[in-house]
Design a protein around this ligand. Structure first.
Ligand SMILES: NC(=O)c1ccc[n+]([C@@H]2O[C@H](COP(=O)([O-])OP(=O)(O)OC[C@H]3O[C@@H](n4cnc5c(N)ncnc54)[C@H](O)[C@@H]3O)[C@@H](O)[C@H]2O)c1
Length: 350
């Protein structure tokens, strides 16, 4: 269960004040090579911490057993005990990996998430899922484990490159499409070079918090958050195995396009809504190319998808702009057709 939540004005300062009143034997901070440079100095000052951080190389490749083992060893080396606090300062890779390491080291030590990417702030750091990629499958090993506190302060987003910001926007679009039609209307006006207001980020994060609170262990409605992720994860996994990784958000955006198209094809979603989604997402995200839409490879991943029931493929589809629906059976042929249709969603010369 999440104990403390700091967001909005002066979130970092309020967290620092809270931390002062806590009693930990030690504090360790996990960063990646980018957040070490861009976020740690500000964070260090705020909480007046002078130690050496645990640093992993930036990128999804770090979210695996190798880095997890390295971090467990580092924690042993610095004699971390059950009342050591691990602070995860970074994007979704740092919070997923750090949460996993903390929840398994000595059967669990307390941790705090300080997400520094947009994707982390509206999605990855919320909802208590921790994990690593293993066996070529994303997030195949992990735990449900809650941070002691979550700190969402948009000062960190100042240094986030626009390509990463755009990747995070995919989860914002997703939250709007599955649950908040008004948020969808508001964010459609943001250009690919633009930035969201603090209030919009809070609304997008709020969608996830509300869904997770109702269904923490993903028995039913939490599956809504997987919209765009069935086909999105499939192409992301193919890209990873091919050695040409793509950003999570870019994969999810392509997945949302394909899954919205399926929703339209089977008459769950009206044509106007489909055309609006297509227009917004194709303007925002350039067409993905390369061998990642290989149908047989993607179907291999789809058959392994956690949302399936028995041998049938289940996806989250849309009924409206702002209304997702879970447990929808989609045939292999419909999935193949969506993978084939993807590049036709874009104007011919783009
Ligand atoms: N646990 C969950 O519920 C959940 C949900 C969604 C996604 N995820 C996971 O999150 C990961 C993707 O997260 P992400 O997009 O944040 O990736 P990421 O952690 O790799 O961050 C993206 C890039 O931005 C850099 N960065 C982050 N913050 C920065 C800042 N403030 N200034 C400059 N650079 C900064 C990082 O170093 C990295 O290079 C994936 O592994 C995905 O599976 C988890």
């Amino acid at each position: 269960m999440l104990i403390s939540h700091f967001s909005g004005t002066n979130a970092l300062t309020r967290f620092a004040n809270w931390l002062e009143g806590q009693h930990f034997s030690n504090i360790e901070i996990l960063v990646d090579s980018h957040t070490c440079e861009h976020c740690l100095p500000r964070f260090r000052d705020a909480i007046r911490w002078q130690g050496d951080p645990l640093v992993i190389p930036a990128g999804e490749e770090s979210k695996g057993l190798e880095q997890a083992m390295r971090l467990w060893s580092r924690l042993l080396d610095c004699a971390a005990d059950r009342s050591t606090l691990l602070i995860n300062l970074g994007g979704g890779v740092v919070t997923d990996l750090g949460g996993f390491v903390a929840s398994t080291y000595k059967r669990g030590v307390p941790f705090v998430h300080v997400p520094t990417s947009l994707l982390g702030q509206v999605d990855a750091a919320i909802g208590s899922k921790t994990g690593i990629d293993h066996g070529g499958i994303k997030n195949s090993v992990g735990t449900f484990s809650s941070p002691l506190a979550l700190v969402i302060d948009n000062v960190f987003l100042d240094t986030l490159p626009q390509t990463e910001y755009r990747s995070g926007m995919a989860e914002v679009f997703k939250h709007a499409l599955i649950a908040d039609g008004n948020l969808w209307k508001d964010i459609c006006t943001i250009s690919p070079d633009g930035r969201l207001s603090e209030e919009m980020i809070e609304r997008a994060a709020g969608v996830k918090m509300e869904i997770v609170e109702q269904d923490p262990l993903e028995k039913s409605q939490r599956k809504l958050l997987n919209f765009g992720h069935s086909l999105g994860h499939a192409i992301e996994s193919v890209a990873l195995v091919n050695g040409t990784p793509i950003r999570h958000g870019e994969a999810v955006a392509a997945g949302m396009l394909m899954e919205s198209w399926i929703s339209f094809q089977i008459d769950r979603l009206d044509e106007g809504s489909w055309m609006e989604i297509r227009s917004v997402l194709t303007k925002y995200y350039p067409r993905l190319t390369g061998g990642i839409f290989l149908e047989d490879a993607c179907l291999g991943y789809l058959r392994n998808d956690k949302k399936n029931a028995g041998t049938s493929i289940r996806m989250v589809l849309l009924e409206d702009l702002g209304k997702g629906v879970v447990h929808q059976e989609v045939s292999e042929q419909q999935s193949r057709s969506a993978l084939q249709a993807y590049s036709g969603f874009y104007p011919p010369n783009e």
